[in-house]
Design a protein around this ligand. Structure first.
Ligand SMILES: *[C@@H]1O[C@H](CO)[C@@H](O)[C@H](O)[C@H]1NC(C)=O
Ligand SMILES: *[C@@H]1O[C@H](CO)[C@@H](O)[C@H](O)[C@H]1NC(C)=O
Ligand SMILES: *[C@@H]1O[C@H](CO)[C@@H](O)[C@H](O)[C@H]1NC(C)=O
Ligand SMILES: *[C@@H]1O[C@H](CO)[C@@H](O)[C@H](O)[C@H]1NC(C)=O
Ligand SMILES: [Fe+2]
Length: 494
């Protein structure tokens, strides 16, 4: 009995610490930094020098009197580490989007641009109508290189060109590769936040005609080539897709944008519909001929495709999957900031492999790991040298690792080749974010490299950049950041 009480007391003490670390992620930080020197605990290996590491996410959750209701509306903020020969510099900057600049000027959330969800208090009806007319503008999901340009992007088509040395915002771009009517042009295009080697998909929602999923090649900030247009009945919401050497695999899950709901609610987050018991359409595009075929598989929501490759007459793709699309509610700030509410989140991800037999047309699927918390991996990253190839290791983070606290987040490595090389890093009160893998220049093995992750430390109430040995997942180096780093989604390194 006594042991149990002590255990429970300890558990509450821990809970407080990881809850604090979690809360830091959803706390606005308006401070900006321009190339200030930061220090690592130990010298970095020389092969890391001249690398740049960049993260983007939600840096600020409102402006003046108005707060955002959804984490996806957080103003995009970049964090850049520049590993120069004699010193590492750190910059933290907001993407100076039109909506951010206008919001700062007015000291309230700009009424000019479409938000993903409402503000608290809500904007007036006039403002919400007007904002819908101008379309979305905030970018906070990813930084991707196209040609010589670095773009800050989101799930909408508008993008900002960034100078990644110091995080300066250069200009907005929204290359128009479609010929749409004056009215259709007002409906924002959706695009995946996870392009692969310049290839991306764009969803066109049409109030009057067919909806399309376009496969595009983005050559630079201003140059886009439309490779193929696939007509679809419902306009799917697609966050990521898969590519192999010869094929693009675009999966339309039973989650779509309803234009009538958008007009009714004036709120994109309330216009996304999950079709209970619906199936997923799998479009496989042959990149050599630009012909496609459609297959079917189970109706899960696939958030992050991890990697894909060809194997004899089959295509294999791996992805994080959810039972449905409750994610949209789970990522409301009221949910994320309240431990009682967020601990009730049950639709946790499962890492799965789908195998499309091109001859028989059968799509098989299986779990890539049967063990928690490995099975629950999110924010997947791989050794990019293994893209399009058969591979063994996926790195990521796993929420609710203890099955109780959503804020109990671990850094994990899953060995999908099943040789028992799974690894985990967890530290009381320390919350890792999406890792990124930098391979050793000698490329001795797939997991020979270093893994970086920004950690939120709920004990000392600070953030730090952590470096892990990717083979063993042991912490080998740290560098405290001069400021708190809120919720980062994705990023880029070179
Ligand atoms: C780096 O440091 C070395 C010796 O400490 C010095 O000779 C060199 O000029 C420095 N390089 C730069 C780019 O500052
Ligand atoms: C968290 O949510 C619970 C359940 O809805 C509610 O009773 C509680 O007051 C909330 N806590 C805070 C700090 O808002
Ligand atoms: C998660 O819970 C486990 C088991 O209670 C604990 O060892 C670990 O430190 C916790 N993680 C965090 C990030 O606090
Ligand atoms: C990781 O640790 C292993 C075992 O100690 C070592 O052999 C390897 O070189 C380390 N990797 C890196 C990239 O430092
Ligand atoms: Fe993503």
């Amino acid at each position: 009995m006594l042991v149990k009480i002590i255990y429970l007391l300890l558990l509450t003490a821990w809970a407080k610490e990881y809850d604090k670390a979690f809360d830091l992620l959803f706390t606005s930080n308006v401070k900006e930094f321009d190339e200030i020197t930061v220090h690592f605990q130990k010298p970095l290996p020389t092969w890391l020098l001249n690398k740049k590491l960049i993260r983007i996410g939600a840096g600020c959750f409102g402006m003046g009197d108005r707060k955002f209701h959804h984490v996806f509306d957080g103003f995009g903020k970049m964090h850049i580490w520049n590993l120069k020969p004699n010193r590492t510099t750190f910059s933290a900057k907001f993407v100076r989007t039109r909506t951010f600049v206008d919001s700062e000027k007015r000291n309230t959330v700009s009424p000019l641009y479409t938000l993903f969800d409402d503000t608290v208090p809500r904007q007036s009806l006039i403002d919400r109508l007007r904002s819908l007319f101008n379309g979305p503008d905030n970018v906070n999901v990813n930084i991707v290189k196209f040609g010589d340009d670095y773009l800050a992007i989101s799930d909408f088509w508008s993008k900002y060109v960034i100078d990644i040395d110091r995080g300066e915002t250069l200009f907005r771009t929204s290359p128009d590769f479609l010929h749409r009517s004056i009215i259709s042009r007002r409906i924002p295009l959706l695009s995946s936040s996870h392009p692969i080697q310049g290839v991306n998909i764009v969803t066109e929602i049409n109030p009057f005609g067919l909806n399309y999923v376009h496969l595009v090649q983005i050559k630079s900030a201003r140059e886009v080539v439309n490779l193929l247009s696939i007509p679809v009945d419902e306009a799917p919401y697609i966050h990521s897709f898969s590519l192999t050497s010869n094929y693009a695999i675009i999966v339309a899950n039973p989650v779509s944008i309803s234009i009538s709901k958008l007009f009714e609610t004036l709120n994109p987050s309330k216009s996304i519909i999950w079709r209970e018991n619906g199936e997923s359409d799998v479009y496989v595009v042959d990149l050599r001929t630009l012909q496609y075929r459609k297959y079917r598989t189970e109706g899960k929501f696939m958030l992050h495709h991890v990697n894909a490759f060809e194997y004899n007459d089959a295509i294999i793709f791996d992805t994080t999957t959810y039972k449905s699309f409750t994610l949209i509610h789970d990522y409301q700030l009221d949910t994320l900031r309240n431990s009682t509410v967020r601990n009730k989140i049950t639709d946790l991800p499962s890492l799965k492999r789908y195998t499309i037999d091109l001859k028989s047309g059968i799509v098989k699927h299986k779990l890539l790991s049967n063990r928690r918390p490995y099975q629950g991996l999110e924010m997947p990253v791989i050794n990019e040298l293994y893209r399009f190839k058969s591979y063994c290791f996926i790195y990521g983070i796993s929420f609710k690792s203890d099955n109780i606290q959503f804020s109990n987040v671990t850094l994990i490595k899953v060995d999908i080749c099943g040789k028992g090389r799974d690894r985990i890093w967890e530290l009381n009160g320390h919350i890792p974010s999406e890792p990124w893998f930098v391979h050793h220049p000698n490329r001795r093995a797939e997991d020979d490299g270093l893994l970086f992750s920004v950690i939120s430390d709920g004990i000392r109430l600070r953030s730090y950049l952590a470096v892990f040995n990717a083979t063993t997942l042991t912490l080998v180096n740290t560098s405290p950041t001069p400021t708190l780093v809120p919720m980062m989604f994705h990023g880029y390194h070179e």
